[in-house]
Ligand binder design. Sequence first.
Ligand code: GLU
Length: 259
Amino acid sequence: MKERRRIVVKVGTSTLTYDTGKINLKRLEQLVRVLADLMNMGLEVILVSSGAIGVGVGKLGLTEKPSDTRQKQALAAIGQASLMSIYEKYFKEYGYNTGQVLLTKFVLEDEQRYVSAKNAFETMIEYRVIPIVNENDVISTYEIEFGDNDTLSAYVANLVDADLLVILSDIDGFYDGNPNEKGSKLIPVIEEITEDIRRCAGGVGTRRGTGGMQTKLHAAELVLPNGIDMIIANGDAPDKLYEIVEGKSVGTLFVSKAI
Ligand code: GLU
């Protein structure tokens, strides 16, 4: 097994918030404690966190997440600051500082900006600060409509040349069918993304809802050619990250090509 030293962890809104839209403080605190502990072990941690819009919804006491882009962008702005302040408070308790990085795909596709972002990440990592990344939803209409933090986390893993990308989701891993249907089985290791695997993610020819697996598969396709392994695991128990760094089997491991 490759050494898992530089790790990008992506966490989604459903892991971080309750159905009420309010932050799941217990979960968030557990996650921060484990990430800080991994830093104590000498690892390098980069966190990609969704939840800005979700937290904005909870903050304003709205009953549901609006579908209108204009409102979503405002809610992202309203929620992002609160999300960061909670992360900052918890990480500080465990002795770490954080740095906020808001990115868009377009930024990373521009060479000069790519280099700036890379330098900022590297410098924060040298300072032993934890970069916390989200999409810059306020200015990126395209991303807010079609974008997702699974893809963003893959871009970030490539940017920082990570050893491992961990996507914490609200299901246990990648299944051979709809995870909500009886009889579907979790696939522990995926060595190659075949047409069969693509079909399992709910690609062409199936109408199964598979809990956002298509974007996760896309993330895998972005990182694997660069020698970065990817794991999909359930975010309900952040302690599993310990097992992941020890190389134990958790969720689904997508094995990268040796480069
Ligand atoms: N960037 C969005 C947010 O922070 C979420 C996007 C996603 O969940 O993939 O609310």
